[in-house]
Design a protein around this ligand. Structure first.
Ligand SMILES: Cc1cc2nc3c(=O)[nH]c(=O)nc-3n(C[C@H](O)[C@H](O)[C@H](O)COP(=O)(O)OP(=O)(O)OC[C@H]3O[C@@H](n4cnc5c(N)ncnc54)[C@H](O)[C@@H]3O)c2cc1C
Length: 267
């Protein structure tokens, strides 16, 4: 089955998109297409009755006066230039200008896990910044804390409309990737200082990005970067994939955490 076997829906607003998405059970949401287009080329496009093209739904605004609101269709290029950290650093780190001009926030948040390697690097930055996700589930709009949203993604289809967050006081981002612009980041760590403390999250160590709560607790107790990073792997079992082995991830994650905390200027 390819894209041409699917009914194409092109909503003209967010409200239209929510209606067209319905319960989302037989719908593929198509955003920038940087993950879906290769699936079409390799004949692995999801076999679903309808494809919801979001390009004309007007979900591409970004507003950063006071609190930050970013529409689901905002490109990574726009986020990279927004100055909203650690989101901007995470967006700058993805692939090359061509991909970033096409790839969207919503597609990154919902990027399905792949055996070839992890993806969805902005998830770590959004977790660290305690973003809230504006989404539609079964025809109803709701706002979900990012942790809840990521945990629920496989349970019930969600249409992402945008994210909202308080601008962090300080932020840092550190990643490990190969020099080639078309390679995916192996792992990434994001830190953000909010009114009630520092949050730390990592991408590339589990199916989707996760908070590093032991590190956060150590920082809250006044630990320095070296000491706090020792707990980076608590509760995590990184897997082997085409990008790196579990062993490599175990060795490198604490280093990335240490770098990010140092870049932040401590907890
Ligand atoms: C060469 C190359 C390098 C890359 N490097 C990286 C990297 O380093 N890090 C990284 O994170 N990613 C990387 N990517 C993957 C990809 O570009 C990004 O994850 C991108 O943000 C995906 O967004 P998109 O709009 O293109 O998604 P699409 O391809 O349109 O969709 C991706 C998935 O998200 C779903 N989806 C999209 N929008 C929504 C929405 N609003 N609501 C619900 N579901 C939605 C789609 O149904 C699909 O399952 C790379 C891709 C390429 C081709």
């Amino acid at each position: 089955m390819g894209l041409s076997d699917s009914e194409i829906l092109m909503p003209a607003s967010g409200a239209d998109a929510v209606r067209a998405f319905g319960d989302g059970r037989d719908v593929t949401v198509f955003a920038g297409g940087t993950i879906l287009m290769p699936m079409i080329a390799y004949r692995r496009y999801p076999q679903r009755a309808r494809t919801l093209m979001l390009g004309r739904a007007g979900l591409n605004q970004i507003s950063a006066d006071g609190n930050v609101a970013v529409g689901a269709m905002t490109t990574l290029a726009a986020i990279a230039g927004s100055g909203v950290e650690p989101l901007a650093a995470a967006a700058r780190d993805v692939a090359d200008p061509e991909i970033r001009a096409q790839a969207t926030l919503g597609g990154n948040l919902c990027a399905p896990p792949s055996r070839q390697g992890p993806r969805g690097d902005l998830q770590a930055a959004l977790l660290a910044a305690r973003a809230e996700v504006r989404c539609a589930v079964a025809g109803r709009e709701r706002i979900e804390p990012i942790d809840e949203f990521l945990a629920g993604l496989d349970a019930e289809p969600r249409l992402v409309l945008g994210v909202e967050l308080e601008r962090p006081r300080r932020a840092a981002y550190s990643s490990q990737r190969r020099p080639h612009a078309h390679s995916y980041a192996v792992m990434a760590v994001a830190c953000a200082e909010l009114a009630d403390g520092v949050r730390v999250a990592a991408a590339g160590v589990a199916k989707r990005a996760v908070r590093l709560r032991s590190v956060e607790r150590a920082l809250a107790d006044g630990a320095a970067a070296e000491q706090a990073s020792a707990g980076a792997l608590d509760g995590l079992e990184p897997q082997d994939d085409a990008l790196a082995s579990s062993w490599y991830r175990r060795e490198v994650l604490p280093v990335l955490v240490r770098r990010a905390i140092t870049q932040l200027g401590g907890g």
